[in-house]
Design a protein around this ligand. Structure first.
Ligand code: PGA
Length: 271
């Protein structure tokens, strides 16, 4: 093995580190956060993105314009306009400066009735309007206990990509987020479990993309923090980290991105 070999088992594939602020971020805090990360001049090969609430999205996108950091919405409607009180459309997100949109997060599936079908409609709409969808999938504890986690994940991927061409499927990003690992009550998933689930998801993605090696990026999320970021980042089928609480400060976010980049650059142990 050459001395320059790294532990990144996916050379040539970009590695993403992103955060959704969920329902956090008043204008002053959002501005400070955006200014701090706009000042980062080297992300060390990481592709960074932030997903702030709609109310500060345009501000954050303006402050990050010209930086490496992409900005996304946390949800959107499948229609372009119309009588959909309280909703936001893909063209609205684009106008605010977003290039990405998170879809199907478990909090939206659980509390706001989001389904695989509506997520699929939203993916079609996002792609039509030039937004990169980041689709969250994950099994509940009961589904894992009942031995159907792999089936659930395959179903979520297939229904998400329903009706897309292989080329379109290649423009969709996924985040594997076990529902039981997310948020205050979440328990971080053992990396071996994530590796096994991610390998199954990767097979589905390869099938949808029509060939191995060109399938969509697969991120991992759920209680990711400074202690566990490195083992997740090192997993063969994981192309990024999608972080909540640990990245709700600019410092927390930048440090996590740095940790991920160090993991990918670390020399592999000699066989
Ligand atoms: P968490 O959130 O990192 O706070 O668990 C992750 C997510 O919901 O994507």
């Amino acid at each position: 093995m050459s001395a320059s070999a790294t532990s990144n088992p996916k050379p040539g594939r970009p590695f993403w580190v992103g955060t959704s602020w969920k329902m956090n971020g008043l204008p002053d805090d959002a501005r400070r956060y955006a200014e701090r990360i706009a000042a980062v001049d080297d992300w060390h090969g990481i592709r960074p993105f932030v997903m702030p609430p709609f109310t500060v999205l345009a501000d954050v996108a303006r402050l990050l314009h010209g930086s490496a950091v992409q900005v996304g919405g946390q949800n959107m409607h499948w229609d372009e306009s119309g009588s959909w009180t309280g909703e936001i459309s893909a063209p609205m997100l684009r106008q605010c400066g977003a290039t990405m949109v998170e879809l199907g997060h478990s909090e939206r599936r659980r509390h706001f009735g989001e389904t695989d079908e509506t997520v699929n409609w939203k993916i079609h709409a996002a792609l039509r309007h030039g937004l990169t969808p980041l689709v969250c999938i994950g099994e509940t504890q009961a589904e894992r206990d009942g031995n159907v986690a792999d089936l659930i994940l395959a179903r979520q991927v297939r229904l998400a990509l329903h009706g897309l061409t292989a080329a379109q499927a290649g423009r969709v990003m996924f985040a594997y987020e076990p529902v039981w690992a997310i948020g205050e009550a979440g328990r971080p998933a053992p990396p071996e479990l994530v590796a096994q689930a991610a390998a199954g998801i990767r097979q589905e993605l390869d099938r949808a993309a029509g060939a191995p090696g060109v399938s969509p990026p697969l991120l991992y999320g759920g209680s990711v923090n400074l202690e566990n970021a490195a083992p997740y980042a090192a997993l063969a089928d994981i192309d990024g980290l999608f972080v909540g609480r640990a990245a709700w400060t600019a410092e927390g976010y930048a440090t996590l991105a740095r940790t991920a980049s160090r993991t990918l650059a670390a020399p592999r142990p000699e066989p």
